[in-house]
Write a protein that binds this ligand. Structure first.
Ligand code: TTP
Ligand code: MG
Length: 245
């Protein structure tokens, strides 16, 4: 049940939780980061609904968007916005307090449940929709309609966040990882696309030049190999999981 609290719709009877968003360019390693924490700590992890973007009732809006962004950009971004909102308002699972598993750092216990999410409705709008519009691939009317939806949502529905973890990569690194993982729809992505996404992220989360940043940002350099990345996650475990303190 949704009820109104301080002008925004929130869920009844939900206890306070700490919410962490993992942000970064395409193929920056967000899913790997989430998987690492889901395996090594007792937190709730929500991966991105990318499988839905590739298959909604038998259609593939992600693939269509890459084939013809001007025609299908709004279709994809509307659906991304819906699926991300659905994630943001999902009632908290009954996880026990955060306690790293044996052998994975000694962080303090927290009495607040922790949710970690891949991306957010904010980056879908401030990075991807913005990029489509700015590059001339989304018609003004499409961008206006999407923007009005977005503004209504963030004004009227509580989207909690306590910390943004920004996996900062070079576009070149993402390009190489993208080629390696070979997701069918993404084969058409040129390096320049990843550079545009990168620049929008930097303007938003590092230079604070573009849009509101809704929580403190922890920057983790993410050009390294997997071993070094896992080491960095371990080093930052406490800072990340104690985000609400
Ligand atoms: P990502 O959200 O970057 O997810 P990923 O799994 O590729 O990243 P990582 O390897 O770091 O886990 O993107 C998934 C795909 O969806 C990618 O092709 C970009 C696309 N996308 C959009 O086109 N619009 C959007 O608003 C979002 C959020 C993603
Ligand atoms: Mg991912």
């Amino acid at each position: 049940m949704l009820s109104s609290s301080q002008g925004k719709l929130v869920r009844n009877g939900e206890e306070k939780k700490s919410v962490i968003w993992i942000e970064g360019n395409i193929a920056s390693g967000k899913t790997t980061c989430l998987e690492y924490f889901s395996k090594t700590s007792d937190i709730e992890v929500l991966t991105e609904p990318v499988s839905k973007w590739r298959n909604v009732q038998g259609c593939n809006p992600l693939g269509l968007m890459y084939q013809d962004p001007s025609r299908w950009g709004l279709t994809l971004q509307t659906y991304v916005q819906l699926t991300m909102l659905d994630r943001h308002v999902l009632p908290m699972a009954c996880t026990s307090p955060t306690e790293p598993l044996k052998g994975h750092g000694g962080g303090k216990k927290s009495s607040t449940p922790v949710r970690m999410m891949e991306r957010s409705i904010y980056s879908a709008k401030y990075i991807f929709a913005e990029n489509l519009y700015k590059s001339g691939k989304m018609p003004e009317v499409d961008f206006a309609v999407l923007s009005e939806w977005f503004e209504w949502i963030i004004k009227n529905i509580a989207i909690p966040v306590d910390l943004i973890v920004y996996l900062q990569t070079s576009p070149q690194t993402c390009y190489e990882r993208l080629k390696q993982r070979c997701r069918e729809e993404e084969k058409v992505i040129p390096l320049e696309y990843l550079e545009s996404i990168h620049n929008l992220y930097e303007d938003w989360l590092i230079h604070h030049k573009s849009f509101e940043v809704p929580a403190p940002v922890l920057v983790i350099p993410a050009d390294h190999d997997l071993k070094k990345m896992l080491h960095q996650y371990e080093e930052n475990r406490e800072k990340i999981l104690m985000a609400h303190c």
